[in-house]
Design a protein around this ligand. Structure first.
Ligand code: CMC
Length: 392
């Protein structure tokens, strides 16, 4: 009794069995429910991938139609919900607003909080997928002092999000279908990544039988950190700093290798991938296309490409098998689309949502699930006797 194995950061321990996402980190392979990420990115849609992750199979045309009908019916937020956005400081980080708003959904939808009622779980899942873009857009609109735009259910998922984010009530918003397609594809690339920090958080919170909204809110908070989803913001800030100080990539890499405190090559490295992150390959190809299409060349893309070139030919990165991850190039695209830097991680959250939901549901429907409760190796003082304050 009392024997435990120390595994800080869960480097060697699988916390669950899962049939959702497969990663081979050495070979750089990622599949959702068996389908290679590259094929899904090219041919599928984010809504179809949501269905695939949550229900396990690609939907038939009929299943997709009825899933979409449900999702598009729940895009509005309760009118009282709007006071949340005006209640936060204007300059609040949108991830803080998002996490709070998602947590608050459990106050508005008290009819669907039972984690063991399949219908309640289903409607909560739909509500989350439908409402997250509205919440994200409202958070942004409030931060810049523009009026909130109601969702338009005649539009596709990503088109509707773009319109709510960048449209104004005084004129029609023209959606470039190719740009909407790229953003949809980025959502697909982010949709699940097995037991990463935020997904493990969602599972751990859910293992106490907390409701879906509370569990997902915890996941949003976990995603915010710069070693996880917050890396996309950190990458752009890093590229901007390098550019502002004269594009001296070599000096920056030298400082990273010297392990200057707090300095890392953000957007590089991954716990599981010891090879090029397959998502980064797809994003890199899309980046140039987007900048060309928008006619907005960005010197930060050149800095990123030069950084990658220098790092991939440097022993420090080669020996440690550090390659660009999904966050390395996404920021350059998000910036070109007009998103402010602090909204990048919100876009990651929109993409990751179906994965969180699918993983939570998989865990909840497994009758062998136990509450997550890691052990520890105690290293504190042995037993000692209490000393009165006057005698210390
Ligand atoms: N820049 C410089 N050195 C690095 C980096 C980096 N980005 N990542 C790892 N290393 C070094 C690290 O210092 C260590 O060196 P040494 O053996 O000399 O001590 C070695 O590589 C192993 O690193 P580690 O920190 O033990 O690896 P980990 O698996 O614990 O961390 C990571 C993985 C993603 C947190 C880390 O690579 C990192 O901090 N990367 C930058 C942040 C980032 O881009 N995060 C996004 C991850 S992908 C999207 C997502 O999941 O959200």
């Amino acid at each position: 009794t009392g024997y435990v194995t120390l595994d800080p950061g869960f480097v060697n321990t699988a916390s669950c069995a899962s049939a959702i996402t497969y990663i081979d980190g050495d070979a750089g392979i990622l599949r959702y429910r068996g389908y290679p990420i590259e094929e899904l990115a090219e041919h599928s849609s984010f809504i179809e991938v949501c269905y695939l992750l949550i229900y396990g199979e690609l939907p038939t045309a009929e299943q997709l139609g009825s899933f979409w009908e449900k999702v598009s019916q729940h895009t509005m937020l309760h009118e009282d919900f709007k006071s949340f956005f005006s209640g936060f400081p204007r300059d609040a980080h949108p991830m803080a607003v998002l996490a709070s708003a998602v947590g608050a959904l459990s106050t508005f939808y008290q009819d669907s909080l039972d984690p063991f009622d399949p219908e309640q779980v289903d409607i909560s899942s739909i509500r989350l997928i439908s409402k997250l873009p509205t919440i994200a857009a409202y958070a942004y609109k409030t931060s810049i002092g523009q009026p909130l735009l109601y969702p338009d259910n005649s539009l596709g998922y990503t088109e509707n999000f773009l319109r709510m984010t960048f449209g104004v009530p005084t004129q029609p918003y023209e959606i470039d279908p190719e740009i909407a397609r790229v953003l949809d594809m980025l959502f697909i690339l982010h949709a699940d990544h097995e037991q990463n920090c935020s997904t493990s958080t969602v599972r751990l919170v859910g293992s106490s039988q907390a409701n879906l909204f509370s569990s997902i809110s915890a996941g949003v908070n976990a995603l915010w950190g710069p070693l996880h989803g917050g890396a996309n913001q950190a990458v752009l800030e890093m590229l901007q700093n390098i550019h502002d100080s004269g594009d001296d990539v070599d000096t920056f890499v030298r400082r990273v290798k010297a392990k200057e405190p707090g300095l890392k090559l953000m957007g590089f490295g991954h716990r599981v991938y010891r090879n090029y992150d397959p998502r980064a390959t797809v994003v890199k190809q899309a980046t140039r296309k987007v900048l060309d299409r928008l006619g907005r060349p960005d010197p930060l893309l050149d800095v990123a490409m030069r950084l990658e070139e220098v790092a991939l030919s440097d022993d420090y990165f080669v020996e440690r098998k550090l390659y660009p991850n999904v966050d390395f190039y996404t920021g350059v695209i998000y910036k070109a689309l007009g998103f402010p830097t602090n909204a990048f991680t919100v876009l990651f959250a929109l993409g990751r949502l179906p994965g969180w939901i699918a993983q939570w549901r998989e865990m909840m429907s497994d009758s062998t699930t136990k509450i997550g409760r890691p052990r520890q190796v105690y290293v504190g003082p042995p037993e000692r006797s209490y000393v009165e304050v006057a005698e210390r």
